[in-house]
Design a protein around this ligand. Structure first.
Ligand SMILES: Cc1cc2nc3c(=O)[nH]c(=O)nc-3n(C[C@H](O)[C@H](O)[C@H](O)COP(=O)(O)OP(=O)(O)OC[C@H]3O[C@@H](n4cnc5c(N)ncnc54)[C@H](O)[C@@H]3O)c2cc1C
Length: 377
């Protein structure tokens, strides 16, 4: 590769694409290098749920709001379909309703409201489970089909901004202006490494400082249930998992009750997210199991627990399973992401939680602005 670039991005997942977008928008010459022939990491295995409500209070929540706005813009320009809008968080215990009430009183409650059981079931009679007490409805969220969206964004960056993509190319070392790859040297003035959950190939010592492990998640696709969801579905279990809710003092009582009533779900890190695709099918998950190297076996008992929670929350039996898959992401116990600077002109960006699709575009803008000494947008 004779050309030289202003910025080399390692990794063509949503974080790499977010950094590439931010740099390309400023007129920089950008190359994105990925070892795979097509997107295959967490960015295409996820729900495609761009979530704001429930993100950790403060920076993560602010980044999610900005990222959501950028998704709207990118989707329009790159021809990505927004398959769903809004969140429908179903509470079936009084302790869960207390968490929702506390949440809407915070600044994070902007754009959210609580619907009584009667109001919720008159809006969506298909989700009138016997235990449903109230619903937190948010209009902010959106959902894309990641397996279609990520390649479309890459194609748009290439066509509209001349971003060069080098697939099937492993990056072996990063010392700008020189990056060694499995297919020769790439020249770039600066680099951003967005390796997903690869903690060993590039800058292992810098990454080791953060005690990163991996989280494995089981996911399912269910047949079209025959009606449109009123929003992305979540349930009581999500209120003790998502930091924006779980950090509220009111979550303690719910956690205690869930530990008594749904200990096995908590043990497997299960909480419910159900999103709907354009063809009506539902993507339903998920579970969380942690290990340095995740095994690749999907445990049927875990899938059953996920489907049990779907049935309990919606009051409906799940429709037939059409697909099953697993994903992994990098995980830290003490932070949801980090940016490291191993050299003046190199940044490592690792999302260490399940939030990259929801915060990535904002993070990309911050990283590139800081790297090139611009003030952030
Ligand atoms: C099942 C599941 C569900 C999720 N649901 C959501 C959700 O609904 N909403 C949300 O916001 N987040 C969700 N997440 C989290 C989100 O998907 C991730 O935070 C995000 O995709 C991380 O993006 P990334 O670009 O860092 O990683 P990845 O998408 O994994 O991309 C990293 C890329 O780097 C490449 N790479 C690594 N090292 C090298 C190298 N040395 N040379 C060349 N290439 C290299 C890899 O090949 C890979 O393509 C979910 C995650 C999973 C697994």
């Amino acid at each position: 590769m004779n050309k030289s670039f202003d910025l080399a991005v390692v990794g063509a997942g949503i974080i790499g694409l977010s950094c590439a977008r931010a740099a390309a928008l400023q007129g920089l010459r950008v190359v994105v290098i990925d070892r795979d022939a097509r997107s295959n990491g967490a960015s295409v295995r996820n729900f495609g749920f761009v979530s704001v409500t429930g993100q950790e209070r403060g920076t993560a929540w602010t980044r999610a709001r900005l990222t959501c706005t950028i998704w709207e813009e990118v989707a329009r320009q790159a021809g990505v379909t927004i398959t769903q809008r809004g969140l429908w968080m179903m509470a079936r215990r009084p302790e869960a309703v207390s968490v929702l009430e506390a949440f809407v009183r915070t600044e994070m409650g902007e754009g959210c409201r609580i619907l009584s059981r009667a109001a919720a079931t008159s809006r969506c009679r298909e989700l009138a489970g016997a235990d449903l007490q109230a619903v937190l409805e948010s209009s902010i969220e959106l959902r894309v089909e990641s397996r279609e969206a990520v390649p479309k964004i890459a194609a748009w960056l290439a066509e509209r901004y001349g971003v060069v993509f080098l697939p099937q190319t492993a990056v072996l070392s990063v010392e700008p202006p020189r990056l060694e790859t499995s297919r020769g040297v790439v020249n770039a003035g600066a680099a951003v490494v967005c390796p997903g959950d690869d903690v060993a190939s590039l800058f292992p010592e810098q990454i080791a400082k953060y005690n990163v492990t991996r989280c494995k998640l089981q996911m399912l696709r269910l047949a079209d249930p025959g009606f449109r969801l009123p929003g992305v579905l979540m349930s009581d279990l999500g209120l003790v998992r998502y930091a924006g809710f779980s950090a509220l003092p009111e979550a303690a009582a719910l956690r205690e009750r869930l530990a008594a009533e749904q200990g096995r779900h908590l043990q497997h890190g299960i909480h419910l997210i159900a999103v709907q695709s354009s063809d009506g099918t539902l993507v339903v998950g998920d579970s969380h199991h942690y290990a340095q190297t995740a095994d690749f076996f999907a445990d049927e008992r875990v899938d059953r627990l996920i489907l049990d929670e779907f049935a309990a929350a919606t009051g409906r039996p799940p429709s037939a399973v059409r697909e099953r898959w697993m994903g992994t992401y990098a995980s830290c116990t003490d932070r949801s992401m980090f940016i490291d600077a191993p050299a003046r002109n190199v940044r490592i960006v690792m999302i260490t939680s399940g939030s990259g699709a929801s915060t990535g575009f904002a993070i990309g803008e911050e990283v590139v602005a800081e790297l090139f000494g611009w003030s952030a947008a």
